[in-house]
Design a protein around this ligand. Sequence first.
Ligand SMILES: [Zn+2]
Length: 339
Amino acid sequence: MFLWRRHFVLVVGLTLGWPTATGLAWEVLTHEEISSRAVDVSSVDRVTREALGLTKGVDDTLLEDGGEQFSIRNWIRQGANREDDFGFLALCSRFLNHFHQPLRSPWSQAGLNDLFSGQSSGIWAQSPNQSTLSGTGSWSWQETRDRFYRGLTSPNKADREGYLAQTFRGLGHQIHLIQDASSVPHTRNEAHPPSFWTWTIEQWGLQFQNTNPTSFAAILGQTPIMPDPQLFSLSPEFGAPIPISKFLDANQYSGSNPDATTSLTSGATASGQTALLSLFGLSEYTNANFVHRNTIFTDTLPQDHKWWSPYPRRSSTNIDTEIVPELLAAEDGITDQVV
Ligand SMILES: [Zn+2]
């Protein structure tokens, strides 16, 4: 095991978030837990009480037209879970559109393009074609906002309640996509289907969640780093014009300024809360500071190689100074070099 000079703590922090049954996203139960924590540190409870008049806030239940009923918190969890639904054909599954490479431009080139292919998650989040492409519904930001409008203005009370239920489910679908940007292979173009001989980082994450619930909760319970409100005034992205896309990728990481991706400032969030703020999208931070199975020190590959990533590079670590190989006689009598 070797440590990044700069980011060991962050490696641990990010790693311990990870989860999946599909091998192509965080495990859905991990997505649910991360989402529940997001509910706690966001303004959604206050807004539901003060603006919507729901006296129990996120514990208020909402009945959808189709008959499902959950609390607001659990609608958000449901959305975060179902964003990983399989499509009517496996290759139409939503999770194929959950990858984003922050150094590829335009974003139409930033999606998964490895064993499988899909849209950039930034474009997918605002795509009007989600339903057509996946057969599992349309939960784009625009569609979710439209449901919110209907939830406020529909003349029939049951309709308003149903649309609000769908609004919070849609919010869960949206934050799932940001959560996936903390999964290293999702930012480095690495499809990682499960196999018999190796685990995915997501499977490891779910096991950690299940076997070390106290440690898992402590990690989720850390003080969150919030998006800098300046993100909302950056130039809109073609295919993802609504500024929420900047939470994923703010186009601030150029491929030559990895240190900047960890810089934070103290200030006020969009809702006026004092916090540590980042002006980078989460995929930029992840891509610049972490490696995964097929993209360990791939800075020497040609820039157009599917697995090229300029950082971290070997010199970003202490691998050459701290790791000293030794010679050991193995059981078969052959001497091996080990670390
Ligand atoms: Zn996903």
